[in-house]
Design a protein around this ligand. Sequence first.
Ligand SMILES: Cc1cc2nc3c(=O)[nH]c(=O)nc-3n(C[C@H](O)[C@H](O)[C@H](O)COP(=O)(O)O)c2cc1C
Length: 358
Amino acid sequence: MKRINKSMNKYTNKNDVNKNDKNKNDANKNDTMTTIRALKIGDVTIKNNLLLAPMAGVTDLAFRLLCREHGAGLLGMEMVSAKAVLYGNKNTETLLEVHPEERPVSLQLFGSDPAIISEIAARIEARPFDILDLNMGCPVPKVVNNGEGSALMKDPRLAGAIIEQTVKAIHKPVTVKIRKGYHAAEANAVEIARIAEQSGAAAITVHGRTREQFYAGEADWEIIAAVKDAVKIPVIGNGDVTDGLSAAAMLLKTRCDGIMIGRAARGNPWIFEQIATYLESGRGSAKPSLQEICATIIKHASRLVQYKGEYTGIREMRKHVAWYTAGYPHSAGLRRKVNEIETFAQLEAMVANLSHIL
Ligand SMILES: Cc1cc2nc3c(=O)[nH]c(=O)nc-3n(C[C@H](O)[C@H](O)[C@H](O)COP(=O)(O)O)c2cc1C
């Protein structure tokens, strides 16, 4: 663990969190904080505190199963519109699909009407997900302009009503995912987190960026530490964790109970076991071999085809292939080739030839 603390010098200026870190001189506490540990959310026990972030267009069933196999503790599903479920939109059925082998898994709803969200939560509760998450962080204009996603951070009373009514409507734990705030000038994550706790939320995830930032700039880990100080429910830190070192740094600097990993998991489901190895031993992990990447691409694609059919599955697989192979010298050329692929057989042929293309 000393090795971890030493190598984390790289992060010591990130948001100057150490200034606030009450435990900064307590090496023993630091050791406990940066170890991998089980996480309890309501009555759900999660084997470790490494969570896959919900990502629309990425964390579908096929990808979640891979992250489960590579050590993620809790899997985040793609956000689902409560209104779309209410109106029986046929695309939502795929989004709501949960596989018994992937549990524990968290299903995320977004919306702005407490009556609709709580009714939909109750209607779908019998499905085999474990935790219901409420999205209060989505920055996309078409969501925000409906008063949904991160727009709810501008209306703490409505946010509280949504959480309270949903908690009353179902037995499963309800969690909330927020951002630092809507604007930097109104960074009210602490206020919303307190409201969430008072309204019965079982945990809160804080993405350390404002809505204004979308995904640009550095995530502010100080706000995660401030939320951790303000509430007793588990706090999940999110934003800019890309490897074992940054995971250890976030745990140390924010004292958060769990870490949520988003973009760094794309094309890299191995990240969960890599972080676990680092937190347990201080050791880095070798990158997966090209052979392993090829085998994973085929496994991922065959599941996508199984769940979504060949037409959609292969088209959706194109972006995943680009993520799996990013960083190889000829990955740009491969991206062009992969965008022309239409069938599983073509993909298999391309993957068999990958060592020559890259
Ligand atoms: C393509 C994409 C889709 C996302 N979809 C969702 C979503 O459905 N629900 C949600 O709460 N956050 C969503 N997010 C935000 C992530 O969950 C996460 O908060 C963000 O990427 C920051 O974490 P990171 O720095 O580890 O990527 C999405 C992010 C990306 C890049």
